[in-house]
Design a protein around this ligand. Sequence first.
Ligand SMILES: Nc1ncnc2c1ncn2[C@@H]1O[C@H](COP(=O)(O)OP(=O)(O)OP(=O)(O)O)[C@@H](O)[C@H]1O
Ligand code: SF4
Ligand SMILES: [Mg+2]
Length: 394
Amino acid sequence: MTVLPSAPAPGTTVLEAEDLRVQLPTENGVLTAVDGVTFTLQAGRTLGLVGESGSGKSLTAKTLLRLNPKQFEESGRVTLHETSQEDQIDLMELRRDGAAIRSVRGRRVAMIFQEPMSAFSPLYTIGNQIMEAILLHRTSDRVEAREICVGMMQRVGIADAERRVDQYPHEFSGGMLQRALIAMALSCEPEVLIADEPTTALDVTIQAQVLELMRELQQEFGMAILFITHDLAVVAEMCDEVAVMYLGRIVERAPVREIFKHPKHPYTKGLLRSIPRIGMGRQERLYAIEGTVPQAIDMPPMCGFADRCTMRIDGVCDTARPRRVEVSPEHEVSCFLHDEDGTRDALAAGHESTGDEPGATAPRADEPRTDGPRTDGAAAESPGSQGPVERTRS
Ligand SMILES: Nc1ncnc2c1ncn2[C@@H]1O[C@H](COP(=O)(O)OP(=O)(O)OP(=O)(O)O)[C@@H](O)[C@H]1O
Ligand code: SF4
Ligand SMILES: [Mg+2]
């Protein structure tokens, strides 16, 4: 039997994604779907990735495992640390279909895909497909592989797993397929688990069981988890840290308690306000962020949220992209409201390009503006990355 590498100590950095960028061709031009995304995954800890539909969460996840189609242009670094911490590999340097990345997929970094139906081949039994990874990475003994497979199917709540293991995907309901996918991902006890909306298709009791199982296995094996979800209640329960994604960028990142207690970015605040609360009157309407996520094609150098932001500072937010700044330990945000120097620079650049008289100061908008989010476009300069982190006061 193959001996699995011993689990790294909790908090050890297992995977680092740096300045990930994914561009893809569309009918309307080149879409920058992931734009300078940086984060770290640590052993025994869970990073939640949240954001509206189309913000680039799944593409970020697939980029880590080099699963994007060849026509997508990718850049950045994905460093997978060896258990010793001395050796590292940059997954972005591996061929997308080569043996090296295939030996990482499933064994060291496993993914629970958002669409369970497309993750299984209709031609093979569920058991065969789960066992394939076990045989490749854990044991060459088919009897043992089957036992591991059935055991894992039982642990994710698939009743009658002994019989179900020989069934085909079309004989499974959507929720059961999702659980089979989770069993497949966990069966090789990976160092990193990427879970893309893993419980969306499940009813609440099974969802609770599966989340509990993921937590248990995380404690047992010290897995680092990237947990992608729309559900902020699940984030509160599962994650140690949260990264909020908007239009291909991480706009805020902080420990989970901090983000719920002291959100800084207007988009994060909007997301949190849109959660239903117990005790809310029936007449009380749920908050909804106005507008929709724009398409990131030929984006001018402005804050991507500016068209929808009720706190927007005209002449600043529409002239440059906000940098990433650290507002308190471990809490980073990209918003001019929290970056006085960046605001001053953006104002100066705006004046230079428009020829306006200097002297105006940016409104330090602590109160939402009342004229609503702006809907027009803005002057363009060449776009830049989120850049290095600056320290600032909140
Ligand atoms: N295979 C593809 N071909 C063309 N465009 C794509 C493809 N995959 C993703 N995109 C586009 O890239 C952007 C980011 O997509 P992605 O699937 O990462 O979003 P997401 O945040 O996971 O959304 P959701 O919450 O709906 O799953 C979207 O605009 C999407 O339309
Ligand atoms: S205040 Fe400006 S920088 Fe901050 S989110 Fe709103 S538009 Fe973007
Ligand atoms: Mg997705």
